[in-house]
Design a protein around this ligand. Structure first.
Ligand SMILES: Nc1ncnc2c1ncn2[C@@H]1O[C@H](COP(=O)(O)OP(=O)(O)OP(=O)(O)O)[C@@H](O)[C@H]1O
Ligand SMILES: [Mg+2]
Length: 596
């Protein structure tokens, strides 16, 4: 008879294997201890760490504590007070529910539990390598203190993978940061090698906790996110586009109060920035998502760091929309008053002349009679300029420069053919004319690409373009979208294009150069989603088509730009994330002049 080859593993070995999943490093053991404290209803959690947690982790709480029997039982595998049967797993609200963490940690450390369910009476349980050494009575306040010493002392293979104390300490800081962001109603302290590293009082908002963790300067860079879409609620903080990249990036996500890692959701939030940030820039994002508990499964990851949604797409879209809205309502422009003046149902939108100005830059088919009349600087115009089917209105035409008296657009001054300047109640404001026009055109082109074709200007004499192979590939790849934007183009054999009509964002528009530059920029570019490709094309064409620094603008053009910018969703930033608007407040000026 051959000996049996299969045997059930002794519990200690099984626990050590489980520990491999749950307890990867000191920080992950600490996470379990702190979550247990919170599950016990603690209002204050004090954490002591030595050598990055390698030699000691201690978590003290003022939670419900444990009786003598429970304290001993808590070290047994699958011993939990948090669920009773599988049905409880749906919508489980506690951090823990598996009854695995303590036995797993205990199997690879020297562990001490000191706990009391009431002031004065208490139990101490000493254990090492998964075996209980002794149980004694102690007197202590209600609550629990768990000390984990010499993590992995009996698992040399695991110990080898520990990093230096500094790197383990950084991981500990991250873990405590995440828990502290999740539970602002709890007071935390953290000390490392005898020095206090964090003292976080109870906070009433995420912003307040962020400020306590990472400083008020960081908190000030963040915009409020607050949105409800169907059954999904998204709130939190998102970095102002203009600040992105100037300090290290921080992200935080929670779903139904459970902190998670989810690169897909972060990407969805980043997508909301796409038109305001250079590629590769990574904004700080701290988002809390609430979904119906039946639509999320929390039991899919050994350290509960991931969840599974029944419909991930809907959650991602909700996150993207929420962040997009947060960026949209951000008002550097409130400072400037543009948005205030032009927001929904503005009296001026119905004003004939002003509305015409806005329309010209925004939604309606651009016509050469518009306020962007050509200037004397004809050398900057394309050779085909004479070929526009309609004659542009000359600059001195009263239609182009007349400013109706009753339209409350402030007097605008052009500086260095680059900036528009004006004053308002709060200070002096400068607008970058190219950036601003780029934002206006971008949103208009996006509207066109996502909602339908824009009328274009037919050229009397078609324009011939010779392209490089890469450029003609880019043309083929973007052909339909370019047509939607108003570029009616015919392939003419080889790498030659015949351009029959072009969009006309303003009469100074150099269609040939715009198309060429656009194709050169798009050459070799492959973006996956249709929306992403729309954004890329709209941004590229907007950049090439916008009025340039150096273009002299008439009063009418400046007014039109001013009003159109106020009507955009993100007036404060151009498509590269640069500011379109800079304000110098009156108090700031007074300080500079020593009046204050
Ligand atoms: N700080 C604490 N205060 C009070 N009770 C505690 C504390 N820590 C642990 N316990 C008790 O010990 C039990 C076992 O803890 P353990 O972390 O191993 O499992 P769990 O939290 O139930 O589930 P999970 O393995 O998912 O964390 C808990 O269910 C809880 O009843
Ligand atoms: Mg637990």
């Amino acid at each position: 008879m051959s000996p049996a080859r299969i045997a059930i593993l002794p519990p200690v070995v099984a626990d050590q294997i489980a520990a491999g999943e749950v307890v990867e490093r000191p920080a992950s053991a600490l996470k379990e201890l702190v979550e247990n404290a919170l599950d016990a209803g603690a209002t204050a959690v004090d954490i002591v760490v030595e050598e990055g947690g390698r030699s000691l982790l201690r978590v003290s709480d003022d939670g419900c504590g444990m009786s003598r029997d429970d304290a001993v039982l808590s070290l047994a595998r699958h011993a939990t007070s948090k669920i009773r049967d599988a049905a409880d797993l749906v919508g489980v609200a506690s951090f823990g529910f598996r009854g695995e963490a303590l036995p797993a940690i205990c199997s690879v450390s020297q562990l001490l539990i000191e706990t009391a369910p009431h002031d004065g009476e208490g139990t101490a349980v000493r254990a090492a390598g998964g075996a209980v050494l002794d149980v004694t009575e102690v007197a202590r306040r209600r609550g629990t203190t768990i000390t984990v010493a010499q993590l992995f002392y009996n698992a040399p293979a695991r110990q080898k993978f520990l990093r230096g104390a500094r790197s383990e300490w950084r991981a500990v800081l991250d873990v405590v940061g995440v828990v502290a962001l999740t539970r602002r109603d709890v007071r935390f302290t953290l000390s490392h090698d005898g020095r206090q590293a964090l003292a976080l009082p109870i906070a009433t908002s995420l912003r307040e906790r962020v400020a306590a963790l990472w400083g008020p300067a960081f908190a000030d860079r963040l915009l409020d996110v607050e949105d409800v879409r169907g059954a999904i609620q998204v709130s939190g903080l998102a970095e102002r586009p203009a600040d992105v990249g100037t300090a290290s990036r921080r992200t935080f996500l929670s779903v139904n109060g459970r902190p998670i890692r989810d690169p897909g959701l972060i990407r969805a939030a980043e997508a909301a920035y796409r038109s305001t940030l250079p590629a590769g820039a990574r904004p700080s994002l701290l988002l809390e998502i609430v979904v119906p508990s039946a639509t999320v499964d929390v039991n899919v990851h050994p350290a509960k760091a991931e969840v599974r949604f029944t419909d991930r797409w809907i959650v991602e879209r909700a996150v993207e929309e929420a962040v997009r809205r947060a960026l949209g309502t951000f008002d550097a422009s409130a400072a400037l008053g543009v948005r205030r003046w032009t927001m929904g149902g503005s009296p001026w939108a119905t004003d004939g002349a002003a509305a015409a100005d806005v329309e010209l830059l925004r939604a309606s088919p651009p016509t050469p009679e518009g306020l962007f009349a050509p200037q004397a600087r004809s050398e900057s115009r394309p050779d085909v300029s004479g070929a526009w089917s309609a004659e542009p209105v000359p600059l001195d035409d009263p239609r182009a420069t007349e400013v109706p008296r009753d339209v409350p657009v402030p007097p605008l001054l052009q500086l260095r053919r680059m900036y528009l300047m004006f004053e308002h109640d709060d200070g002096v404001v400068l607008i970058d004319q190219h950036s601003a026009h780029e934002r206006v055109l971008y949103e208009r082109f996006m509207g066109t690409l996502e909602r339908g074709e824009a009328p274009s200007q037919r050229l009397l004499f078609p324009l011939t373009l010779h392209l490089t192979p890469a450029e003609s590939d880019a043309f083929e790849a973007n052909r339909t979208m370019l047509a939607t934007l108003g570029f009616q183009v015919e392939g003419f054999g080889g790498h030659t294009l015949l351009v029959h009509s072009v969009p006309l964002p303003h009469p100074r528009f150099d269609a040939e150069r715009c198309l060429r530059d656009t194709l050169a920029t798009l050459a070799g570019d492959r973006d996956a989603s249709a929306h992403a490709r729309h954004e890329r094309l709209a941004a590229t064409v907007a950049c090439k088509a916008a009025i340039k620094a150096g273009d002299e603008l008439s009063q009418g053009e400046m007014r039109a730009l001013f009003l159109a910018l106020g009507d955009t969703k993100l007036p404060a930033h151009d498509v590269h994330g640069r500011s379109t608007i800079v304000q110098l407040s009156w108090p700031e000026l007074e300080r500079r002049f020593g009046r204050q």
